[in-house]
Design a protein around this ligand. Structure first.
Ligand SMILES: [Fe+2]
Length: 167
């Protein structure tokens, strides 16, 4: 491909760039994780299978980290026109990057707390755990919603040279 050319050949027959299909999978995985954590928070402290908590807990950090890595390496570079980077887009990327960093740190804490609960539910501070779970999944949902609404359309426009924006 010529430098600067739009990778329109990367569009699938249904018109969606594979990169956005991949992004959709990552974002859906994050939302599925949020749903699983909400279910756990709603059921605390009873009606919870420890094994289920361990399974969900062990998926928290990897799910979030994989999504962030994909976005930072494959997606964010497509948002910036390096020949004339606009300030607003640069600020948005910086903010999303900061949110990724915060969410990853939080994911570690939530993962640990949920593991501890699964190992010994009676020793856990249930209120603190529920508060932590809700703070985490609400933040991740807000972040994902912003990316669906603003980042995905911008990347689609850049990939398809504006053709898909009116489709
Ligand atoms: Fe993100």
């Amino acid at each position: 491909m010529e430098p600067g050319a739009k990778p329109v050949s990367l569009v699938t027959p249904n018109g969606e760039p594979p990169l956005l299909i991949q992004l959709g999978k990552h974002l859906r995985a994050c939302l599925d994780l949020c749903d699983a954590l909400e279910q756990i928070a709603d059921q605390l402290p009873e009606n919870l299978e420890c094994q289920k908590c361990i399974e969900v807990a062990s998926s928290i950090y990897p799910t979030v980290k994989q999504s962030h890595e994909f976005e930072e390496k494959s997606l964010f570079p497509l948002l910036i026109d390096t020949s004339k980077p606009d300030e607003e887009t640069c600020k948005t990327i910086q903010r999303l990057h900061a949110e990724h960093w915060e969410d990853e740190s939080f994911a570690f804490e939530v993962q640990d707390a949920l593991m501890e609960f699964a190992k010994d539910p009676k020793r856990s501070n249930i209120e603190a755990l529920a508060y932590m779970l809700r703070g985490f999944f609400e933040g991740v949902r807000r972040h994902v919603a912003f990316e669906w609404e603003h980042v995905v359309p911008a990347v689609r426009r850049n990939l398809m040279g504006g053709a898909a924006a009116n489709a």
